[in-house]
Design a protein around this ligand. Structure first.
Ligand SMILES: O=C(O)CCC(=O)C(=O)O
Ligand SMILES: [Fe+2]
Length: 322
């Protein structure tokens, strides 16, 4: 695959036009083949927004003294949840996770902990960034599910079960100067994640043929990577995308990852429209919060295909891909 075939421009793409059908074909093909697609929308993600986010808000956030950032650390230490996480396990990586980033309250709570007078500009920038990305991310979700043959009302109902969160991340120069990998290969346990890079390269996706391909940090673009929950919802038609961060230029780097996943307490199930004689049920229902814990447990970490081992129909040996 060439990365150009996995790229879709969503400018002016609305339902009912030929542009919509063309975009749906590209998005569905790329998601089914690789579990990722690159989205371009140079208007929505224009230079002003990029500069406000990556040139001002994020550098300002991560330049705060460590003890200040620590004020936004999660209470339940040890689990990567909401709030600030410093340089764990000697990684050159720190991040801040905020739930419901399109609602000003979440960022305001964090800003009030970090800055004596709060930081209205930071909050406004981030909320408008989140709203912009969510709109495009939802468009990709609709295109993917429609493309797989899910009826419009089922797509709407499915989207209604999803919540939203963002992780703002800062990577120092890679500590391993040989591999230049600063985040090892993994699949996200979300429905899908929109990774927004800025200027400095890093995100690499793994293709079925064994190659790692760098997703270029082009302005006005981001990558959608499918997570474990979309693999379930799609009855195994969309694979979870294996990805990592590798920065051969060894520069520091800021990224934002917007994650979609079922709200707490909502079961994740295969969409009914994707089960028929030709496509028998592959996954039993699961709960996101329970699976996320299990996957990092001793048992979960031993499995080559933890999702299959956890909720695969017939379970098998946890190795066969769905
Ligand atoms: O920073 C990136 O480009 C991707 C980060 C990532 O994959 C993650 O945090 O799960
Ligand atoms: Fe990831």
């Amino acid at each position: 695959m060439e990365i150009a075939n996995a790229k879709v421009d969503l400018r002016g793409v609305v339902p009912g036009t030929p542009g919509w059908e063309a975009a749906r074909a590209v998005v569905t093909a790329s998601m089914v083949a690789h579990g990722f697609v690159i989205v371009a929308h140079g208007d929505a993600l224009g230079p002003d927004l990029q500069h406000a986010v990556f040139g001002r808000a994020m550098p300002e956030l991560f330049a705060l003294p460590p003890e200040t950032k620590q004020r936004a650390a999660p209470d339940d230490a040890g689990v990567l949840t909401t709030g600030y996480v410093g340089h764990v396990h000697g990684m050159a990586w720190e991040s801040l996770r905020v739930e419901d980033p399109t609602d000003a309250a979440g960022f305001r709570r964090v800003a009030d902990l970090l800055w004596p007078e709060g930081n209205a500009e930071f909050c406004e920038t981030m909320v408008s960034f989140a709203k912009t990305v969510l709109k495009l991310q939802e468009t990709v979700e609709v295109l993917t599910l429609e493309g797989l043959g899910v009826r419009a009302e089922s797509v709407r109902a499915h989207l209604g079960t999803l919540g939203y969160g963002v992780r703002l991340a800062h990577y120092g120069a890679p500590l391993n100067t040989e591999t230049c990998v600063s985040l090892p290969a993994h699949c996200d346990n979300s429905m899908d994640t929109a990774v927004v890079q800025h200027v400095v390269e890093g995100l690499e996706v793994h293709l079925g043929d064994g190659r790692w391909v760098a997703v270029p940090p082009e302005p006005g673009t981001f990558a959608i990577v499918a997570g474990d929950l979309l693999r379930v919802a799609s009855n195994g038609r969309v694979p979870a995308c294996l990805h990592r961060v590798r920065t051969p230029s060894r520069r520091e780097r800021f990224t934002a990852q917007f994650t979609r996943g079922q709200k707490v307490g909502v079961e994740v199930r295969v969409l009914d429209d994707l089960v028929d004689e030709e496509h028998p049920l592959v996954f039993n229902p699961l709960r996101h919060e329970e699976y996320s814990k299990w996957v990092y447990s001793e048992e979960g970490r031993k499995c080559e295909d933890p999702l299959k081992a956890y909720c695969g129909v017939g379970k098998g040996d946890g190795v066969a891909a769905a």
